[in-house]
Design a protein around this ligand. Structure first.
Ligand code: SAM
Length: 284
């Protein structure tokens, strides 16, 4: 086990610093203060981030951290931490790691016992989810779907029986194809397309998938899709995989098995006894 008291030790620190997803006035004073204080800032693109940082009067050393080059990028940051330097990781927008680079270095830095300290801020999916009008909890963040039709449909079929609200990122030129696949596989569920969040053209299209599909023609900008979970089939046609995932999720967050079963039974309407039996049968 490794236990981190973030502000009670002198260890080198990797800060995870979110940056605005479109509106620069959402940069927090704490984020600016930390970015000014660190020895090095790791970013996806030194030119893109350089301009944003200049806007806030931040002129620290920048290095590139890239997904396609994640091994050497992570090693470079670990090397800086091992020399006693503090590093901040940012992405082009929003939170690093959320469909952006950073997973490798955070896994390694935490395993090696360095401080990894998150700074609060924005991620596009959170803005979209809370304003979607759909049930927020439980939700599952999926991010980008595969680009090939076959692979995308295969993934969507995996999520078809999930009762939780589904959250996707999608590029504008693929939005119609993606919604069409969702309509074919999920049926005409409630959905919300949120685009250009926090920017002047911010827009929410709330309706059924077919309504949003009809209206999305020609829409541009950055987009998040929120789709209602499966509230119908779920109880009739019990999906063991999803139920076990929900129970395990609660247990991994520190809940006892019996409390986890109780909570999931409450959320899904499945009888508590039946759910106990299912958990028990999988364990034996
Ligand atoms: N790290 C980012 C985050 O925390 O949200 C996500 C990076 S991912 C490479 C970029 C995708 O996020 C876009 O294609 C879009 O789906 C979504 N996104 C980013 N900014 C957005 C915005 N202002 N409005 C809507 N979606 C946005």
């Amino acid at each position: 086990m490794n236990r981190q008291k973030s502000f009670e030790n002198e260890k080198p620190t990797l800060y995870l610093v979110p940056t605005p997803i479109g509106n620069l006035s959402e940069m927090s004073p704490r984020a600016i203060e930390i970015l000014k204080s660190v020895n090095v800032i790791a970013c996806e693109d030194t030119r893109t981030s350089g301009q944003m940082l200049k806007h806030f009067g931040i002129h620290n050393r920048l290095i590139a951290y890239q997904n396609f080059n994640e091994d050497p990028s992570a090693r470079g940051i670990i090397n800086l931490l091992s020399q006693g330097q503090n590093v901040a990781l940012i992405s082009d927008a929003g939170y690093p790691l959320i469909n952006d680079p950073g997973q490798r270095v955070v896994t390694e830095a935490t395993a090696l016992g360095y401080n990894v300290v998150p700074v609060s801020g924005c991620s596009a999916f959170l803005n979209a989810l809370v304003a979607s009008g759909l049930i927020v909890q439980p939700f599952i963040f999926i991010g980008f779907l595969p680009q090939s039709d076959n692979e995308r449909n295969k993934k969507l079929r995996e999520y078809r029986s999930y009762p939780m609200t589904l959250v996707f990122y999608e590029a504008p030129h693929r939005i119609a194809k993606c919604l069409k696949s969702c309509l074919d596989i999920f049926g005409d569920r409630r959905c919300c397309l949120a685009r250009e969040l926090t920017k002047v053209h911010e827009e929410f299209l709330r309706g059924t998938i077919s309504e949003v599909l009809e209206a999305c023609e020609g829409l541009k900008g950055e987009m998040v899709i929120i789709i209602d979970g499966n509230h119908e089939d779920f109880h009739k046609d019990i999906d063991y995989g999803t139920l076990m995932m929900m129970v395990n999720d609660q247990i991994s967050q520190g809940m006892s098995k019996s409390d986890a079963v109780k909570k999931v039974a409450g959320e899904t309407g499945i009888s508590r006894r039946k759910l106990y039996e299912m958990v028990h049968s999988i364990e034996n």
